[in-house]
Every structure is written in C-alpha cells, then in structure tokens.
Design a protein around this ligand. Structure first.
Ligand code: C5P
Length: 201
C-alpha cells in the first residue's frame, strides 16, 4: 500500500533535512523534486532545450555533479516557470509517490498539484533572513565564494518567482499543516513533522 507525505515550502526552509529525517524514521523512499528542475536547468545551461530535457529525464540524471550549486538553483527556478517543463515532470513524480512502502516528496507544488491526495501535507517555512543565512552557510561549506547579501537577494528573487508564477505557484495546500522553522533547531522541527505523520497513520 502506498502512503505519501508531501512537503512543500520555499528554498532553505528545512524541507530537505526534514524530508530525509522523515524518510529515515519511517523507512520511506525520498524524492527531492527540486533536483528534477535543477537537472533541467543544468541541461539548459549546457545548451539543451528545457522541454526536451524534461521529457527525456531519467533517475540517473539525478546523480549529476553540480546540481546543488547556486547557478543550478537559479537556472532551475527559471525553467520551473515553463508549463511544458512542469507537465513533462508530473508522471515521474506521481510514479515515485505511489511506490509501495511509502514515499516522501519535497518541493513547491507536491500537496497542491502533484499529489493532492497525499495522506500528509506539510508546508515548511521560515523567514527570508533565516533561510538566507542557512543557505549561505551551506554554500560556504561547499566551497562557494558567496556573500550573505547576495544570498539574501537570491532567496528573495527565487521566492518572488516561485510564488508569483502562473503555473503551480508556491503556496500551502488548503489542508496542509504549516511548520515555521525560523526559531526551531533541526531536532525540534523533525520531531514536529514525525508527530504530525504519526497522527495520520
Ligand atoms: O528546492 P530547490 O531549491 O532545489 O528547487 C530549485 C527550484 O526548482 C526552485 O526555486 C523552484 O523554482 C523549482 N521547483 C519547483 N517545483 C518543485 C521543486 C522545485 O518549481 N516541486
């Protein structure tokens, strides 16, 4: 039997950490759907047509190097406004969500568009300043030469694009539970997510 957990929210709110922790706790498979858009964005930077890149995407593309870079994130956010790109990625995500043994998908439109029937929907958020500082630390740890101001501007630009696009904008599903992690450490946020899922199993 399938059991789907949909985790949506803006960049660097803690979705990835919470999703991985939830998957490990319950033994569910995890798909970071941002990686799909990052693959398409990276292929566009290589000169490929983004719709073609989305249509031909396979699981092995998700292992490509450089997908977590700031450049790939910006390119992802640009291709993500394209309705044809989004449509081409739907089946891959829904097939993943239906796998036996349970699945966690994290992204921007999982609870609203990809898996509206998900058993659990969480909307994980935090203030733009807190998210920018977290992303800054991650990128510095990964060896990138970035400034905090540049990352805050980047987070705001990405929020604006993600929330205001015509197709599948970032927003909580009507039945999503919001988790604001601005003042929470990882352990507290993960415990809150696990408690919410436990209450619906
Ligand atoms: O989550 P991540 O930062 O990897 O996502 C990169 C970009 O991909 C986001 O800014 C967003 O524009 C897009 N995205 C999306 N829908 C998803 C996941 C990511 O539009 N489900």
């Amino acid at each position: 039997m399938s059991f789907t957990v949909a985790i949506d929210g803006p960049a660097a709110a803690g979705k990835g950490t919470i999703s991985r922790g939830v998957a490990a706790h319950f033994g569910f498979a995890h798909l970071d759907t941002g990686l799909l858009y990052r693959v398409v964005g990276a292929k566009m930077l290589d000169g490929m047509d983004p719709v073609e890149a989305a249509r031909t995407l396979t699981a092995s593309d998700l292992d490509r190097d450089g997908l977590r870079s700031a450049a790939a994130g910006q390119a992802a956010s640009k291709v993500a406004v394209n309705a044809e790109v989004r449509a081409a990625l739907v089946d891959f995500q829904r097939a993943f969500a239906r796998r036996a043994g349970g699945a966690v998908l994290d992204g921007r439109d999982i609870g609203t568009v990809i898996c509206p029937q998900a058993e659990v929907k969480l909307f994980v958020t935090a203030s733009a300043e807190v998210r920018a500082m977290r992303r800054f630390r991650e990128l510095v740890a990964a060896g990138e030469d970035v400034s905090p101001d540049q990352i805050l501007a980047d987070v705001r630009a990405r929020d604006d694009r993600d929330m205001n696009r015509a197709t599948a904008p970032l927003k909580p599903a009507d039945d999503a539970v919001t988790l604001d992690t601005s003042e929470m450490d990882i352990a507290t946020a993960l415990a809150a997510a696990i408690a919410e899922i436990d209450s619906r199993r």
